[in-house]
Design a protein around this ligand. Structure first.
Ligand SMILES: [Ca+2]
Length: 546
């Protein structure tokens, strides 16, 4: 059973996330890409047209090794569109002290420049130069990586390697380019797949070898192209970048991507550096030719591990916003890898929103307290390696609003981060800084404290409250009820009085410790006596026993 709803075709979703491409993407989704998909006349003899009969495509065995991030209780944050200098400061002042394992930063390569500075230009590479992007200069990037490392925070780079741009112009670092010509890399026409459109997600060949929403698709079947991509990532590794998000991995053949990963892993090993952490963006809600499982084997042969995004997990957020008016929190009691048909927890990168889905219809910062509660689940439950989205406020009711780039000045330059006071007060054009929210920060700490424990003693009230224990170390209860909830709920905790982490937690240690939060009594039978105000949660940890 799938609790996550089926989504529209991925091409359309992508197009909706990049409205300047809507016309093209929507056409693709309607199968009307005749002109762009005109592979016929120019196609070399002997090349099978996309969708024309069965083609044997090489596959990777689904064997893998865990990256270990889920088991360690790690959490990373995506500082969407932040400038390098701001990321560096955040690592030192917030991320390190809060216990975030890593930060995912914006694609650092030279990118297209488009009037109005939409966010998605960062996903249209012009070269692999770091000289200047909207986030800053190469010197600032290098400084950021070093300072984050020193603060105990790994830097993950968003690696856009499936495609280049959809048009022509001058890149952020000054490179003049056309759709199939990028002199700084260099790439020229023969480095790209013969242009064709994706009009069916039932045909893997189209999904992987044709143009995603009209973006020039790199021919990753060529060793020379793979070498150039690998060289970009190896260079980042030498600067101290610790990991990579493989953007649009679903649109690259797994064996070709594996070859790139292997080149980077081998270089790291040869140079005495740790192998990078990798995760692949594979949007898989079921029902398509390309699946997340196709990518499990990435990196295995070269001695590494590659995690994969689990988009079905978005359904968690839908329970919290009671999407469709019928979903209830109590249904989360049934969450498991089997019942939700999700990937193994030690393979999955999970989130309740990302930069694409927050522009669609999922839970987002404007849901305020409900957004916080969704994170209490995300970070309280042990499944997966969680990513926390940190963004800027925008209007998702209009195409222009969804397109909007980061807060910027009159010249279009991204402005320094100044966080809104709260999720609720963030005004359009302000940085929201969701990752600084006290509830989310407390949960990052909790996840680490209970790492290694499973989920047991699940409980629900049949309505909009759910609870579970983390072995004998922790307890989480969440209520989306509109009125106060009183209940006696089983826990794995020893009897005593505990101080709720979310409302302030225990201050100090030993006999002098005080409780700044709500006190919760666990009785001799191990039951917590809960009195939860509407729309709140309580989180207990064995170390917060008074
Ligand atoms: Ca491709």
């Amino acid at each position: 059973m799938l609790s996550a709803p089926r989504r529209p075709a991925a091409a359309l979703r992508r197009a909706l996330a990049a409205p300047a491409l809507v016309a093209l993407g929507a056409l693709a989704a309607l199968g009307a890409l005749g002109a762009l998909g005109a592979c016929g006349a120019e196609r070399p003899v002997g090349v099978t047209p996309p969708g024309a009969g069965p083609v044997v495509r090489p596959t990777l065995p689904p064997s893998y090794r865990p990256s270990g991030r889920a088991a360690a209780g790690d959490v990373f944050v995506h500082l969407f569109e932040w400038r390098w200098t701001d990321v560096a400061r955040e690592c030192e002042l917030v991320l390190g002290p809060a216990g975030y394992r890593a930060v995912q930063v914006a694609p650092p390569q030279e990118h297209a420049t488009v009037a109005g500075n939409p966010w998605w230009v960062r996903y249209q590479p012009v070269s692999y130069s770091l000289a200047r992007s909207r986030s800053g200069t190469e010197a600032e990037f290098r400084d950021m990586v070093g300072r984050c490392r020193a603060a105990g925070v790994d830097v993950y780079v968003d690696a856009v390697v499936n495609h280049m741009t959809a048009g022509s112009g001058t890149g952020s670092a000054g490179t003049a380019y056309t759709k199939y010509s990028y002199p700084t890399v260099p790439y020229a026409q023969p480095d790209f797949h013969t242009p064709c459109g994706i009009d069916s997600y039932q045909v893997a060949r189209q999904v992987q070898d044709c143009e995603l929403v009209g973006l020039a698709d790199l021919n990753t079947g060529l060793a020379s192209v793979r070498q150039k991509i690998a060289a970009y990532l190896v260079g980042l590794g030498r600067l101290g970048v610790a990991g990579f998000r493989l953007d649009a991995a679903k649109h690259i053949q797994p064996v070709q991507l594996d070859s790139i990963v292997a080149l980077v892993n081998q270089a790291a090993r040869a140079e005495g550096r740790p192998l990078p952490y990798w995760f692949a963006e594979v949007i898989d809600y079921g029902g398509e030719a390309v699946t997340a499982r196709d990518y499990w084997g990435l990196g295995h042969a070269s001695g590494g591990a590659v995690d994969v995004t689990e988009f079905k997990y978005r359904g968690i957020g839908d329970k919290f916003i009671q999407k469709g008016g019928t979903q209830k929190l109590s249904e989360l009691r049934q969450f498991s890898e089997q019942s939700w048909q999700v990937q193994p927890g030690d393979k999955a990168v999970v989130f309740v929103e990302n930069h694409d889905t927050q522009r669609q219809d999922g839970v987002w910062y404007r849901d305020g307290q409900t957004y916080r509660l969704a994170h209490v689940w995300l970070l309280g439950h042990p499944y997966g390696y969680p990513s926390v989205m940190s963004s800027y406020a925008f209007d998702r009711s209009s195409g222009a609003g969804r397109d909007a780039g980061p807060p910027s000045d009159a010249s279009g330059a991204t402005t320094p981060v100044a966080c809104a006071a709260s999720l609720e007060s963030a005004a359009i054009g302000e940085w929201v800084c969701e990752h600084r929210d006290p509830t989310i920060r407390a949960m990052v700490r909790f996840r680490k404290l209970v790492a290694g424990t499973g989920v047991d003693r699940p409980w629900d009230n049949g309505g909009n409250a759910v609870a579970f224990s983390r072995g004998d170390r922790g307890f989480v209860a969440i209520s989306r009820e509109a009125t106060a909830l009183s209940a006696s709920v089983p826990t794995g905790l020893a009897a005593g009085t505990y101080c709720d982490l979310l409302t302030g937690g225990r201050q100090g240690t030993g006999a002098g410790a005080t409780c700044a939060g709500t006190r919760v009594v666990v009785d001799a039978g191990g039951a917590a006596r809960l009195a939860l105000p509407a729309n709140t949660a309580v989180v207990l940890h064995v170390d917060a026993r008074l």
